[in-house]
Structure formats: C-alpha cells, structure tokens
Design a protein around this ligand. Sequence first.
Ligand code: MN3
Length: 205
Amino acid sequence: MKYELPKLPYAYDALEPYIDARTMEIHYTKHHQAYVNNLNAALEKHPEIADRPLEELLGDIASVPEDIRNAVRNHGGGHSNHSFFWTIMAKDAGKEPVEGSPIMKAIGSAFGDVAKFKDEFGKAAAGVFGSGWAWLVVDRAGTLSLVTTPNQDSPLMNGHRPVLGLDVWEHAYYLKHQSDRKGYIGDWWNVVNWAAVNDHFTSRS
Ligand code: MN3
C-alpha cells in the first residue's frame, strides 16, 4: 500500500488573509508531498511492515526496523501531522468553540477558559525552539494536556491523541509573516475549525 496526499478540504486561498494561498500551496504540494514520498520510499525497503497502520508504527516506533526508523519517524510523522493539521482549519471557521460543547467544557476544566487556553497554547507554540509543533492532546490519563514536539515527531509516539495542533515550522508562515511567529499564531486562531477539534476530542480511537 502506498500513502497518498489526502485531499485538501478547501481551496489554497480559503484561509486568506490569515494563511496566504501561496504558503498553503507550497506547504501542501511540496512539503507534505515530500513526506509522503519519503515515507513510501522507506517502507519499500520493509514490505513486511508496510501494511501496519501508520498510527500503530508511530505509536510503537521502536518496533520499526532500525534502518528506516528515523525515516518513518520524520516522514511518517510529517505525513500524519499534516494530514491532521489540514482538518482542524476551515474557511470562515467559528472563532470560538460552541458554547456548551464537550471541547469547550473540557478546556474550561483544564485551563479555566478559552482565552486562558489560547494564551497558554500560544506561549507553548512561540516557545518551540527551531522547528516543531504545539499540540492539545488527550494524554494517557485521559485528560487534556498541552505538549510540544520537535521536528515532525508525532504526539502518537508518546501515547497522546491529538485534538488540536499547530505547525510552527518556518515553512508554515515565513512568506507572509517572515520571522513573526507570534503574528502567525495570532492569525491562525481565526481559521481554527472548532467543530472539527470537538470531533477529534469526542472520537475515541
Ligand atoms: Mn509543515
């Protein structure tokens, strides 16, 4: 089985003016495609694991043959992270979770309120040194937790189920925001698809 780019659920310009069309196009057709291609190339060397779900490989990375372990970690993680990332953004997304929704209640319990959560998440995302991701996850204890991962490491590697995630690699924002990562983070909240985030939170995989 070969991995393929998932269909982008909106046009490249759908997230304007917060995320520009050129960045979306390059991010999806070049960066994400490269992760897919490199993941497929790695798995070709070990057809005996090629049919195991990617989530399972990332969740038990030590079980991946050593000669392709880093490739699966980096490119499998990249494919998994980006496939997730596209789903939690949308055109004309609501700027706040629906009042009374499960995700809003859980954020309230864990962080106080949505404004405090956004502040903490934004600080975590801004504080990632170099390239990586900020995540809201359901941790092993079943509670909401804020984590960051370096490079393309997947939260699945730590037994965390992602609910919300933000790519803070420069390739995600440099054309529009240059070195202003905080400006990118602030803009990004305008395109967060809270209905999808709620779906990720309430689905039990
Ligand atoms: Mn990226």
